[in-house]
Design a protein around this ligand. Structure first.
Ligand SMILES: [Zn+2]
Length: 268
């Protein structure tokens, strides 16, 4: 894979001395079979890109990042002693869950918002964003899975996301959705457990489904290796504050912890 072989020591054209690294990790040595990713964890913008020509009010919306998922992901990773790999820069700079090259990778339009800072980019501009943000993030996920496999440790990849309650004028009724395609072990168990909660409207491949053009993390890192995997989308208004993040982290830790033994047994 390209991101595994590209040089990590190339001179930086984008991220300067005051810009933080794109990859954030918790519990890298966690013992859980679950590996959590958060492609849209942060909403930072590298200094040279300014504000991408957008007001703060736009940058803070769901178009810039997955609102609330950082707080859920960190708590969940801690509760389950699971490795979390997250990406700190805004998806408007480069979307880490899109194959590089598709229009939504570096979007000129997101929902109804035009992103001036993404207009008229050269090939080199695009490559630079990929090399300095997208590649290091996916290289880390790749390395982490390779290491687990070398150590004969199971890996169940769960990609954590949040979604906006209203998109392009349409209200979405789900509290949470599971996103899945090839894995037939984890998603049905997770769906059943979520529905058993009794107080949730659960989406089955809603509000999104996994595809080659709208996803990268699940197809490339999990499906291509035949790993158990699922995307989880939580409606952002439920996890905007810390109380909601705590509640959802506890609920998901209980549910995932509850099906863990069954998953490992089924795969063996
Ligand atoms: Zn997301």
């Amino acid at each position: 894979m390209d991101f595994a072989s590209s040089s990590a020591t190339a001179t930086s054209l984008l991220l300067g001395a005051t810009d933080v690294a794109p990859v954030l990790e918790h519990n890298a040595d966690g013992r859980s079979p679950f590996l959590f990713t958060a492609d849209h964890y942060g909403r930072l913008i590298p200094k040279p890109l300014g504000d991408l020509g957008l007001p703060e009010s736009e940058l803070m919306r769901h178009i810039g990042w997955d609102i609330g998922i950082a707080g859920v992901a960190e708590r969940l990773s801690k509760r389950l002693d699971a490795h979390l790999i997250a990406q700190r820069y805004s998806r408007l700079v480069i979307d880490c869950n899109r194959p590089p090259g598709v229009p939504s990778s570096i979007p000129l339009l997101s929902e109804a918002t035009t992103i001036p800072g993404n207009d008229g980019l050269s090939r080199e501009d695009r490559e630079t964003r990929r090399c300095e943000i997208f590649d290091p993030y996916h290289r880390r996920i790749h390395e982490a899975i390779e290491r687990r496999q070398a150590e004969k440790r199971p890996t169940i990849l769960v990609a954590l996301h949040s979604f906006t309650p209203v998109y392009a004028g349409a209200a979405r009724p789900w509290h949470i959705g599971t996103l899945h395609r090839l894995d037939k072990i984890l998603p049905p168990l997770l769906l059943r457990a979520l529905r058993t909660e009794g107080d949730l409207v659960v989406g089955d491949n809603e509000p999104y489904a996994v595809s080659e053009t709208t996803d990268y993390t699940i197809p490339v890192h999990a499906e291509a290796r035949g790993l158990m995997c699922c995307g989880i989308e939580i409606r952002q208004d439920l996890i905007t504050d810390e109380g909601g993040q705590q509640q959802w982290a506890e609920r998901l830790a209980r549910i995932l912890g509850g099906i863990e033994a069954t998953l490992i047994g089924r795969k063996a």
